[in-house]
Design a protein around this ligand. Structure first.
Ligand SMILES: *[C@@H]1O[C@H](CO)[C@@H](O)[C@H](O)[C@H]1NC(C)=O
Ligand SMILES: *[C@@H]1O[C@H](CO)[C@@H](O)[C@H](O)[C@H]1NC(C)=O
Ligand SMILES: *[C@@H]1O[C@H](CO)[C@@H](O)[C@H](O)[C@H]1NC(C)=O
Ligand SMILES: *[C@@H]1O[C@H](CO)[C@@H](O)[C@H](O)[C@H]1NC(C)=O
Ligand SMILES: *[C@@H]1O[C@H](CO)[C@@H](O)[C@H](O)[C@H]1NC(C)=O
Ligand SMILES: *[C@@H]1O[C@H](CO)[C@@H](O)[C@H](O)[C@H]1NC(C)=O
Ligand SMILES: *[C@@H]1O[C@H](CO)[C@@H](O)[C@H](O)[C@H]1NC(C)=O
Length: 552
């Protein structure tokens, strides 16, 4: 009787809040693309907290189970907060030993009855015998900073924490990294276990691939502040490609500052493609929502409705993105490449980089021509090796077979678009495109589709076919075929991009990433590296100034 009443009540509450039940085939998730506020570190944190709170209070969030905010927009090292260890079962909303914004966010999660993931700059006290086990010695002031995701449950309790493992450029000078990467997962009341990591972590094996391959995680949460790079690593192209290659759900929330390369958030369902994703030319605060199919034994529990795409029409001009700045991939310069003729129609070409070969079959049809328009040239590229980097921050070993756009016949013009103000024509459209390669076996490898059109979106999964034979087992050489199944007016990239997760260390100009001996001594007695510590500390303060502008 009491039990029935209790069950009835729970059910009532659940229904009234439209929560996903463990038995439901989907859960409802939201990711927020979010702008960078102006002002001092303190003003930015206050302003951003208020904006986060108003989003959480907003009616749009009322039917969500899970809400994700992007990386680094909330606070900076100067406004870092302590973050409870999930093992402590702390609910900051009523255990107010934390910075006020952490308390407010905890209360907001509780009022809304929602799972909330917020990235923040965390501080931790360290010294002889206490604090986490990090590569860098404890700074002289006894406080170290982590770039951390914090997960609140529906009661506002901190149930998971993840500290970024692969830092981005100047972050190396201000943030600490654990020697043993966090493997952070949490299980929800709607029956899904999530893993989470941050931004640049997506390019590495630890912990991202370990979550998927070793922990069998099928749902990933991904706060990011991504700097897009052409032709392979723009924000949504990478997010969708990574989710596709691993066939997992991905909830990606990105910062929004397009003129400095950052924008592009989305919700993806692995090989079922994107559920909701968007990239913006102007700084934008936008909630994107989707019903995400739960996965049982790795398989999605529901079939998604087929999306009817508009009928193809050859178009001389199409919408294109010009206000999102991008890096250029300098790895291209050492690829084996072939420049295709200006007005090519049919191409059947093999391109080899040493022993690694890619096959290309292309067919274009003429649309129109005019001297007032500029048109992209195309190159076919092949590469397999380890003399590459990811965004020039860390070394990689990668294998690539791709068609990519260039502004002229020079290789150096590949990986950037015509600026705004240039009228660009699709003198031809791609009727067929086929790229394939024979990818060497490896213990650590991720082979992704990498496609992009003029509005910086990857092709919808319904517009290409992806075949791996034999079905990609890591220790087998794998033939991958990527074939267009719908004509395209404005391809910028069409290829296969494989990350072989090199174990080569990057040093980042500082010893602490590899000087294991110096570190263990330092742990023993942190003042025996005074020069390095002083350097770290002074760069910290110089950079805090810089961060006021750059927000990192
Ligand atoms: C992951 O799945 C594999 C294959 O189904 C299984 O052998 C393994 O025990 C699972 N690992 C975990 C941590 O659940
Ligand atoms: C994406 O999310 C927004 C906000 O909820 C919604 O208005 C829009 O319809 C969604 N788009 C798709 C394709 O589901
Ligand atoms: C290109 O290929 C198509 C289909 O195979 C064929 O019909 C056409 O004649 C070819 N064009 C040229 C210029 O080779
Ligand atoms: C890089 O690749 C080359 C060629 O495959 C190989 O000989 C070399 O050992 C690799 N270098 C490292 C440091 O792994
Ligand atoms: C994959 O591509 C290769 C080279 O273009 C081709 O020989 C092979 O038949 C294709 N395999 C499948 C299954 O389509
Ligand atoms: C710390 O210092 C002690 C005393 O000099 C020494 O015995 C010990 O090996 C040192 N530990 C490490 C990890 O270097
Ligand atoms: C650390 O080294 C300094 C300088 O060598 C020394 O003065 C100090 O006592 C040492 N501290 C510890 C805890 O060993």
């Amino acid at each position: 009787m009491w039990l029935q009443l209790l069950l009835g009540l729970t059910l009532f509450v659940a229904i009234s809040k439209q929560l996903s039940l463990p038995t439901d085939p989907t859960y409802h998730a939201g990711v927020v693309e979010f702008t960078v506020q102006k002002g001092t570190a303190k003003q930015r944190t206050e302003e951003t907290t208020n904006l986060f709170l108003s989003i959480i209070r907003g009616a749009d969030v009322a039917d969500l189970d899970m809400l994700v905010f992007p990386e680094v927009v909330l606070n900076s090292p100067e406004t870092a907060t302590f973050v409870p260890d999930p093992a402590q079962n702390v609910t900051p909303c009523f255990m107010t030993d934390y910075d006020v914004f952490l308390v407010e966010l905890s209360c907001a999660a509780r009022s809304r009855g929602i799972y909330l993931v917020v990235n923040m700059q965390e501080k931790e006290l360290c010294g002889k015998g206490y604090g986490a086990d990090t590569w860098a010695p404890c700074p002289n002031d006894g406080v170290r900073i982590f770039n951390t995701n914090v997960v609140f449950d529906r009661t506002g309790k901190v149930i998971s924490r993840y500290r970024k493992s692969h830092l981005w450029r100047r972050e190396y000078k201000t943030r600490a990294v654990l020697k043993q990467a966090d493997i952070s997962t949490f299980t929800t009341d709607f029956g899904v276990t999530f893993g989470h990591f941050i931004c640049f972590d997506m390019m590495f094996y630890e912990p991202a691939m370990r979550l998927v391959l070793e922990k069998n995680i099928t749902d990933i949460i991904y706060p990011t502040y991504w700097f897009s790079e052409l032709p392979f690593l723009t924000a949504i192209q990478l997010q969708e490609g990574w989710a596709y290659a691993n066939d997992v759900n991905l909830l990606a929330a990105d910062g929004s500052w397009p003129e400095t390369k950052t924008t592009g958030s989305g919700i993806y369902a692995g090989r079922l493609g994107r559920l909701n994703a968007s990239i913006y030319e102007q700084p934008t605060r936008q909630l994107l929502k989707a019903h995400v199919p739960k996965r049982i034994h790795g398989q999605p529990a529901v079939e998604l409705p087929t999306i009817v795409l508009p009928r193809f029409q050859p178009l001389l001009t199409t919408q294109r993105i010009t206000q999102v700045d991008t890096y250029r991939d300098f790895n291209l310069d050492i690829f084996a490449t072939i420049l295709l003729p200006l007005n090519f129609l049919n191409v059947s070409q093999r391109v080899c980089h040493n022993a690694f070969c890619c096959e290309f079959e292309l067919q274009r049809r003429f649309i129109d021509n005019s001297n007032v328009y500029a048109a992209y040239r195309y190159r076919l590229g092949a590469y397999f090796g380890n003399e590459t980097t990811v965004l020039r921050v860390d070394r990689t070993e990668q294998a690539v077979c791709a068609l990519f756009a260039c502004r002229d016949a020079e290789l150096i013009s590949c990986g950037s678009i015509f600026p705004a103000g240039v009228a660009v024509a699709n003198t031809h459209y791609f009727e067929q495109a086929h790229v394939s390669g024979d990818f060497p076996a490896a213990a650590r490898r991720l082979i992704m589709p990498s496609t992009l059109n003029g509005v910086f979106m990857p092709l919808p999964v319904a517009q290409y076919e992806w075949l791996e034979s034999p079905a990609a087992k890591l220790l087998q050489r794998t033939r991958v075929n990527l074939t267009l199944t719908a004509p395209q007016n404005d391809l910028l990239t069409f290829g296969i991009w494989a990350n072989y997760f090199t174990q080569l260390q990057s040093t980042h100009g500082l010893n602490h990433m590899q000087a294991v001996n110096a570190n263990s001594n330092a742990d023993n007695n942190s003042s025996n590296l005074p020069a390095l510590n002083l350097f770290l500390l002074s760069t910290l303060f110089v950079l805090l100034g810089v961060f006021n502008k750059l927000t990192l």
